[in-house]
Design a protein around this ligand. Sequence first.
Ligand code: S3P
Length: 192
Amino acid sequence: MKKQHSQMDGTNKRSVIFLMGFMGSGKSTIGPILANTIGYNFVDLDLLIEQREHRKIGDIFKQEGEKKFREMERALLREIALTPRTVISLGGGTITDQTTLDLVKESGVLIYLKAESAYIYKRLRTKSDRPLLRTLEGQLMDADQLQGRIEELLTQRKNYYEQAHIIIHTDDKKVGNTIDELVKRLRHYIEE
Ligand code: S3P
């Protein structure tokens, strides 16, 4: 990891930025604003998969399962990971595949939008479009189940998320402040 950081100092700047973070951590809000602020293009990996597949993520999970979905994410990232001057927003679980995580770490700057579980719960409790936040029978979870599931997935994913080059706390921070902080910290890593 240290080596990866030092390889990116000064002379070896990147021009692709990956945003990762748990569902509800703000990737889809922050991504387009960040891209616009620094003059990069924006791509949302989930939306791209839905467009290519002509089906919703929920249907892909139902019809093919999570493993196949992760393969689709990986294949698509192989195609687009080196598109210059692009901010790519990943799905919350894209990085649970170490091959995919290595691919993005090698291709660009990886940012983790870190949010606490209580904040994530608040953002997700009214949402119904996340297949991993449903019961085995496909029902919406009650409050206790949802809190437990968020904690469980955050714990499982912690070691992957923390491999990011830049970790930034979002929680109740204003979007503008997150963008300012990101732009400042990114100067060290990216081509202007
Ligand atoms: C997932 C997160 C979702 C989507 C899919 C699986 C996950 O994306 O990729 O439902 O495993 O955390 P968002 O993080 O954009 O909600």
